[in-house]
Design a protein. Sequence first.
Lengths: 115, 115
Amino acid sequence: KNQVEQSPQSLIILEGKNCTLQCNYTVSPFSNLRWYKQDTGRGPVSLTIMTFSENTKSNGRYTATLDADTKQSSLHITASQLSDSASYICVVSAKGSYNTDKLIFGTGTRLQVFP
Amino acid sequence: DAGVTQSPTHLIKTRGQQVTLRCSPKSGHDTVSWYQQALGQGPQFIFQYYEEEERQRGNFPDRFSGHQFPNYSSELNVNALLLGDSALYLCASSLAGTGANYGYTFGSGTRLTVV
């Protein structure tokens, strides 16, 4: 069964601190892995996308890593800001038919940044 | 360049009623996927439409049906509403066959409340 698991479920950090979110997956056939940021009641916004051959990708203060052998990914947030408070969702794409992918979502990590 | 547009933004329905949600994909995208996100959970895949046909389907009952129009816009229909159908319904568009570097773009969602 295709599955994406994230940890921790929730995290509280102080502004300016760094943090790392984890994602483990069992998805086949694997296409790519994405990290999304979702504010409450809003649609997810893409942070990074990585294919099988990529092991790191950065987007500003966000850096994602991918270990395709162990099927693990992490999202590192540097120098956190209050606006980073949101849910961070790991999404793994499974190759589908008709050149389309099916997205399998993790349940997310709820990050709260306090001043 | 318009992103994904969903309507309405909020909706309240009574148990047993039927509802139709609408989605206009990002310009240039031809594939539309629908997701249900319960409060505090990750989105769950409902189905995906490409070339006006349902190409993939998640584990949702037949009460959930959809349609894609020649202009690539899509509708999600839910019949015989249950209290458990209350959720944020997300639409995501993409371009088939473009590979991992062309991400999914999500709309802001429709918040459905069944009373």
